[in-house]
Design a protein around this ligand. Structure first.
Ligand SMILES: O=P(O)(O)OC[C@H]1O[C@H](OP(=O)(O)OP(=O)(O)O)[C@H](O)[C@@H]1O
Ligand SMILES: O=c1cc[nH]c(=O)[nH]1
Length: 183
């Protein structure tokens, strides 16, 4: 649980989370007729299991295995100077050409949009995709730059004092989404 924050409400449980990602997987298939040109890129950390799960669902429905890469955007964040941690070693791992591909960029929460902006910077350093589409589990609003998601698991109106906490089995040992607030 995030330090100093109080749990306010659980807004998604394991089943709701599964249903949201299954729906997004179907939407991706519907929107991308040339599925063999689609690849996933997850933003570390929790965007990675989301990308892996979407690829797994598409394999189950369509029998098609799609590549999954990992983007570590720490060094691209425009608020890097405000982060308390030292910049981490860049753990980006996109082991396929993104040139001409339809890239589905995945993250858990979309808030100001600055993480996604940084991810776009990191992506274009790797090549020139045909399109970049954005999939997020939760869109909580409050954008500070003109970024929007193509696929949204759940739109959650929030106040700025609140924080959305996505917990995923692969990282946190449990699948659920909470609204947290300052005490
Ligand atoms: O739209 P933004 O304002 O950029 O916020 C969204 C980002 O914030 C969180 O990451 P955070 O930097 O908190 O690190 P984490 O992945 O360790 O949770 C979340 O995972 C998103 O990547
Ligand atoms: O509420 C928020 C905002 C940014 N990142 C999160 O994970 N939650």
């Amino acid at each position: 649980m995030a330090g100093g924050l109080k749990a306010k409400a659980r807004i998604m449980d394991k089943e709701a989370l599964r249903r949201a990602l299954v729906r997004i997987a179907h939407e991706i298939v519907e929107r991308n007729r040339d599925l063999d040109q689609v690849a996933f890129v997850g933003i570390r950390r929790r965007g990675v299991p989301i990308a892996q799960r979407l690829a797994r669902y598409i394999k189950e429905f369509e029998g098609q295995e799609l590549p999954v890469g990992v983007l570590d955007i720490t060094l691209y964040r425009d608020d890097l100077s405000r982060l308390s941690e030292q910049p981490r070693v860049n753990n980006t791992d996109v082991p396929f050409p993104i040139e001409g591909k339809h890239i589905v960029l995945c993250d858990d929460v979309l808030y100001t949009g600055r993480t996604v902006r940084a991810a776009l910077d990191a992506l274009v350093d790797l090549g020139r995709p045909q399109t970049v589409q954005l999939a997020v589990l939760v869109d909580r609003g409050h954008r500070e730059i003109p970024i929007r998601a193509d696929y949204v698991g759940k739109n959650v109106p929030t106040s700025r004092r609140e924080v959305i906490e996505c917990r995923l089995e692969e990282v946190d040992g449990v699948d659920e989404v909470w609204i947290m607030e300052q005490p």
